[in-house]
Design a protein around this ligand. Structure first.
Ligand SMILES: [Zn+2]
Length: 184
């Protein structure tokens, strides 16, 4: 369920298309489209609410990994990185919905290209804190190309985004969560 916007704003053709025909995963949420950002015409953003109960507070799921002294991520030792896949759990009704798995989602994932990044396994952890969540999809591709690839593979063009971001603002105490993935 997605609210449609009348004005395409300043989006590129591909982004404008994705704004009105969003990625498949958003079928499982109530997604409210944000207006186009003036300086970033390839970015399409949605604020998320629960499809089931329309609640706007989520717990964020992932696989926390504590960084060793030497790590490949250039992060401070002891800091915690949240590995994918990610899901969101509605605080009100406890619905649990996948939001991003790099092995399946985005350009490479949708086309079945191998993902070389790290993913969690075993059980994930769901944040104790509650968050308002928005997601960002980037389309650095011409709409023609997007349509051509999508139709060859029977995919939704908006699923072929080349980068994904998740931004979670804490409702209670806690630190914001920012997740960014290159998908192509
Ligand atoms: Zn809910």
């Amino acid at each position: 369920m997605t609210d449609k916007l009348d004005e395409p704003g300043d989006w590129s053709e591909a982004a404008a298309f994705a704004a009105s025909n969003p990625p498949s995963v958003l079928d499982n949420f109530k997604a409210r489209l944000r207006p186009a950002e003036e300086l970033d015409t390839v970015l399409v953003q949605f604020d998320l609410a629960c499809r089931n109960c329309e609640g706007e507070a989520f717990h964020v799921g992932g696989y926390p990994k504590s960084m060793a002294e030497e790590n490949d991520y250039g992060l401070a030792p002891g800091s915690v990185l949240l590995l994918p896949p990610h899901r969101l759990v509605c605080v009100s009704c406890r619905s649990s919905v996948p939001i991003f798995d790099p092995r399946r989602d985005g350009y490479d994932g949708a086309l079945g290209n191998e993902y070389f990044g790290e993913v969690g396994d075993g059980g994930d952890e769901v944040s104790a804190g509650q968050f308002k969540v928005s997601v960002s999809y980037f389309y650095n591709v011409e709409l023609d190309e997007l349509n051509e690839i999508a139709s060859e593979d029977g995919l939704r063009p908006a699923d072929l985004y080349d980068a994904f971001g998740l931004s979670a603002e804490p409702i209670d105490d806690g630190e914001p969560i920012e997740l960014d993935y290159e998908c192509a």
